[in-house]
Design a protein around this ligand. Structure first.
Ligand SMILES: CC(C)(COP(=O)(O)OP(=O)(O)OC[C@H]1O[C@@H](n2cnc3c(N)ncnc32)[C@H](O)[C@@H]1OP(=O)(O)O)[C@@H](O)C(=O)NCCC(=O)NCCS
Length: 224
């Protein structure tokens, strides 16, 4: 499924500069990851930092960064800064049952080649390999700001889940098998296209029963 000129692998130091450059393009209102931050992610949880490489140019063209969390210590709708310890991943919990998807992005020059899908598959293989319960993340809603004056965020999300509306990011996540838990406001600080709204999403490991005392939250448009 992944075109032959790409491969998914773990992040290496030579990836820091191109990944920062991609972030500058896809998140123009945010500070891109610095080389020091990406190096710290590799120290904290190296097996959770994935990149998509364009093989002919040996360049990273996308990334998916994860950490393990003990989510009972948080609220599912906490903002990104809280869940990632301001992007440092210093809150990574080696025994956490949940793989938290802190970010997935692909260079605009390489989108629509299945790279986000392949990166997400790699994170799911990690969930299975480490016998985790589930993966959780939050989807941006870049189509939302344009209709925010007339459509409440939870209705927008329900319509995207139902397939009567398309969002450039949430629709792609839904095709990748994620389920939506709820709408949250203020997940990211400067996501103007999303009107600062996002959707909490989860994927449950079919072979990973819930840890004692924990239960899955209900999802929109389907059971967990
Ligand atoms: C969201 C994002 C990561 C998707 O990356 P991507 O690599 O283009 O995603 P994929 O190629 O796996 O899937 C995207 C679309 O391409 C289609 N596609 C996949 N392989 C394809 C191929 N070989 N040829 C044509 N189309 C293809 C998919 O079906 C999907 O269709 P859809 O948009 O109608 O749902 C990317 O748009 C991005 O980086 N956005 C900016 C950053 C961002 O918002 N990240 C999300 C944070 S929550």
């Amino acid at each position: 499924m992944l075109p032959a000129e790409y491969r998914i692998r773990l992040m290496e130091p030579t990836d820091y500069a191109p990944l920062g450059e991609i972030c500058r393009r896809v998140y123009p209102h945010d500070q891109p990851y610095s080389p020091a931050e990406l190096a710290e992610h590799r120290v904290v949880y190296p097996q959770g930092q994935f990149v998509a490489e364009h093989v002919p140019s040996r360049t990273a063209v996308g990334g998916h960064f994860t950490l393990r969390l003990h989510l009972a210590d948080y609220h599912l709708d906490d903002p990104w800064d809280v869940l990632t310890a301001k992007g440092t991943f210093s809150d990574h919990h080696p025994a956490g049952h949940t793989l938290y998807g802190a970010d997935v992005f692909v260079s605009p020059d390489h989108q629509h080649h299945g790279l986000a899908h392949a990166l997400t598959d790699a994170t799911r293989e990690l969930v299975v390999a480490e016998r985790l319960w589930r993966m959780v993340g939050a989807s941006r809603l870049p189509g939302y700001a344009a209709v925010a004056n007339t459509v409440p965020a939870d209705r927008y999300i329900r319509e995207v889940v139902a397939g009567t509306r398309t969002d450039p990011v949430l629709s792609a996540h839904l095709k990748d098998g994620w389920q939506v838990v709820k709408a949250i406001h203020g997940y990211l600080q400067n996501d103007l296209e999303s009107g600062n709204w996002a959707a909490v999403i989860q994927w449950v490991n079919p072979n990973g029963p819930p840890p004692a005392g924990e239960a899955l939250p209900p999802t929109i448009g389907g059971s967990p």
